[in-house]
Ligand binder design. Structure first.
Ligand code: SF4
Length: 420
């Protein structure tokens, strides 16, 4: 590799992580394999030891085989990995070694981000992140594309970013998100307002130092400005699209399930479920292996917003960590989010937060809680973040159209306030 980019550990001092061996990632994810992984598995002789193939090919890609319950073929009853036990950590597929870290290059460096799909990350348990730097750096050399620039950063759809603009945007938003003197609802309403303002601004005429002045001015107007910008409740169409967007983030087709049920039946089931979420009437359809089974949409609507939860302070701290880690880990735009521009990627980040808040209320209703608890929010955020930046349909034209609609009538602000 020529001149690999320098690597930067996620600079969120309040975030911690160590693996606690819950095994959830080995049940939740379908692990795609690289050539080097396949060579290792073959050399380890698993097929002879286990007496069955340990990989499967689906739509031209090779994956680790899963059991009928979705768990990895190597996951043992005690929640530990058989490859790890027999051969050691570095002999596992590289995707398993790296999780929950993600490596996302920009024009000048590789950011180490972190996935909130991991329970220990959500619970903020373990060592300081900087203690993992050497190990993640080692792994990155098995993924050479992560140490090279893959996208030239864009500020808006047709505007390449000028030097320093995206760093300034990241740092300004991060400072605002870290403000503990601003209540959670105002923090995320403020973020939605800033993002909407950037979407409306003629950014081609406000470049470099003037762009930095613009975002500093917008951030310094918060949260006071929100008092002068009162909002009506979200429109019914906005809530329909929020539910539909949440369903799109819950799609959970496992490779073995898709292979046994067949493509068209899988697509039909997804279409019907998406329609049911959009309508939002009656009982929620079965999604994500029974996540909301038995829950009525009316019961979800009756759960108060997260700001009214007795756990609101802990929920606020969780969302602040999540939003800051998404921004500073370069997971909000560019190579971290479907190659989208910063403005469009930030809109998606606000939508992801609103979807997770709606889902937390849905989980509270399913579990017969009066309010969304910290546990409900953790679980919801984990579900939403497992797809962010990696599910192809969330980077599609359809998703872009959904984002366009939320730009109208203060859509992002309204659905944020309605959920958080
Ligand atoms: S190979 Fe090991 S670490 Fe990777 S998913 Fe399977 S059980 Fe988990």
């Amino acid at each position: 590799m020529n001149h690999p980019l320098p690597i930067l550990m996620l600079p969120v001092a309040t975030q911690r992580y160590s693996c606690h061996g819950c095994g959830n990632c080995c049940r939740d994810f379908t692990v795609q394999l690289r050539e080097a992984d396949l060579a290792k598995l073959t050399a380890q002789g698993w097929e002879e030891k286990i007496g069955q193939p340990v990989t499967t090919v689906f739509r031209g890609r090779t994956y680790l085989k899963q059991r009928a319950d979705g768990g990895c073929v190597f996951l043992m009853e005690d929640g530990l990995c058989r490859i790890h036990k027999d051969y050691g950590f570095t002999e596992k597929p590289i995707a398993c070694q790296l999780f929950p870290f993600v490596l996302i290059p920009d024009d000048v460096r590789t950011h180490i981000g972190i996935s909130f799909a991991c329970q220990s990350v959500r619970e903020n348990k373990g060592a300081e992140l900087r203690t993992h730097l050497r190990e993640v750096d080692r792994m990155s050399f098995s993924l050479p594309e992560t140490r090279a620039t893959t996208y030239s950063a864009m500020l808006a759809d047709t505007l390449s970013a000028k030097e320093g603009e995206l760093d300034a945007l990241r740092m300004t938003l991060d400072r605002f998100l870290a403000r503990e003197d601003v209540v959670m609802r105002d923090r995320f309403d403020g973020l939605a307002w800033m993002v909407a303002s950037l979407g409306r601004a003629q950014l081609a005429e406000v470049r470099a130092s003037r762009f930095r002045e613009l975002i500093t001015m917008l951030a310094s107007a918060l949260p006071g400005e929100l008092e002068h910008l009162p909002l009506d409740r979200a429109l019914e169409k906005q809530m329909r699209l929020l539910r539909q967007a949440t369903y799109a983030r819950l799609e959970d087709v496992q490779v073995n399930e898709a292979m046994s049920v067949g493509r068209w039946r899988t697509v039909l089931r997804q279409l019907l479920a998406s329609r049911a979420f959009t309508r939002g009437v009656g009982r929620a359809p079965s999604v994500a292996r029974g996540l909301l089974d038995g829950c009525e949409f009316a019961a979800i609507a009756a759960i108060p917003t997260l700001s009214e939860s007795p756990d609101r302070e802990a929920i606020d701290a969780l969302y602040a960590r999540y939003a800051r880690a998404t921004l500073l880990g370069n997971r909000a735009w560019g190579a971290g989010y479907y190659g989208w521009s910063a403005v469009r990627g930030l809109q998606a980040m606000v939508l992801n937060i609103a979807c997770s808040a709606w889902l937390a209320r849905a989980l509270a209703a399913t579990r017969h809680h009066e309010h969304a608890t910290l546990e409900d929010v953790r679980d919801a955020l984990g579900r939403i973040d497992r797809h962010a930046g990696r599910a192809p349909w969330l980077g599609s034209v359809g998703e872009r159209l959904r984002m366009e609609y939320f730009r109208l009538d203060d859509g992002l602000r309204r659905i944020t306030r309605e959920s958080i």
